[in-house]
Design a protein around this ligand. Sequence first.
Ligand SMILES: NC(=O)c1ccc[n+]([C@@H]2O[C@H](COP(=O)([O-])OP(=O)(O)OC[C@H]3O[C@@H](n4cnc5c(N)ncnc54)[C@H](OP(=O)(O)O)[C@@H]3O)[C@@H](O)[C@H]2O)c1
Length: 368
Amino acid sequence: MSAGVPVHDFRGVDPSREELEKAEELRAADERARLAAAAEAHRGAYRSDAPCPTARLNTGASIPLIGLGTWKSEKGAVRAAVVEAVRAGYRHIDCAAVYGNEEEVGEALAQVFSEGVVRRSDLFITSKLWNSEHGGERARAACLKTLKDLRLDHLDLYLIHWPHSGRPGPAVAPPLAETWAALEALASDGLARAIGVSNFSIKKMQALAEAGARVTPAVLQVEAHPYWRNDALISWARSRGIHVTAYSPLGSPDSAAMMRRGPDAPTPMGDPTVAAVAARLGKSPAQVLIRWAAQRGTSVLPKSVHPDRIRANLEAAAFELPAADFEALSSLPTQMRMLPGDFLVDPQNGPYRSRAELWDEPEPAAAL
Ligand SMILES: NC(=O)c1ccc[n+]([C@@H]2O[C@H](COP(=O)([O-])OP(=O)(O)OC[C@H]3O[C@@H](n4cnc5c(N)ncnc54)[C@H](OP(=O)(O)O)[C@@H]3O)[C@@H](O)[C@H]2O)c1
């Protein structure tokens, strides 16, 4: 120790357990007072009467039926979109590591929590494990990174994003069962309150069970809209108590170029039946499509970065489609995937040598 620096003797001056508890109580009381004052200041920015229908998961938790999608929501826009959505009444945000924007979503969540009106327990936050991170240790590390980026200590739902590890070869490696076991461990450690899968077929979910899965997926997230109803998969999942979340409910118009859909490709938002129902009910085509998804019991993830659309899309929770309109929307002849997953099809090396192998179903004639 250099001269002049006082030497402290800490022996005997450790705070007692009571003193530590008292200090913690004071800190917690300060935090409550700060949040109460913040809530007072910000309450006007938050809608208090927004509709928020929910479904029950096989874990017993509730999942809000309408959630904000964040794929393609660019950095610089996604923070405002998430803050706007929560203020408008959304309580469900759909994220994924591969969207490249979880840090900014985390900033938005930190902002809304600091504003004191909405607490962590009010929100349902989903994220997804990307293909390159399959396998026991990698999956855990990926989940921890997502939690750090989102500034959360747990997710409400963690999904295997695709049934593919990104590696060519005769079989998925590491096997999907190993990655699923890693998600089971994340759930038992409380890092994910529920776990599930995305883009899995019936056959691939059954294979998980046959390989010894201890936990049934709580959620299956798949493409679903009137141009890709996915009826058989959805009714199978239902029969097993697996909740279905519908992605790309508006037909994913902003992925058209990426997915090589031509400018003339049909879109559910441009469908004449959708337009006629919307006009008759005084709603937008987007609201009709979101309502259709919620009315068939799926949760649904419209993505937008525009405040007016974010607000209007949630209004789909507040009206009902008459039975005849629901039926008409449920029987449109055009059936085509907007996201056929071709980036995961490798005809030479596998593991999926065709779309049919990826999805375990023949592609309909009208498919892209
Ligand atoms: N698990 C998976 O593999 C997977 C795959 C795809 C999607 N998802 C999830 O599902 C979410 C939704 O799917 P998606 O992003 O493919 O597409 P989507 O929600 O079907 O469509 C988004 C597009 O619709 C536009 N839009 C939104 N509201 C509108 C309105 N009221 N009127 C007119 N246009 C409107 C958006 O534009 P603006 O943003 O400019 O408003 C954007 O171009 C994703 O963001 C993601 O969270 C998951």
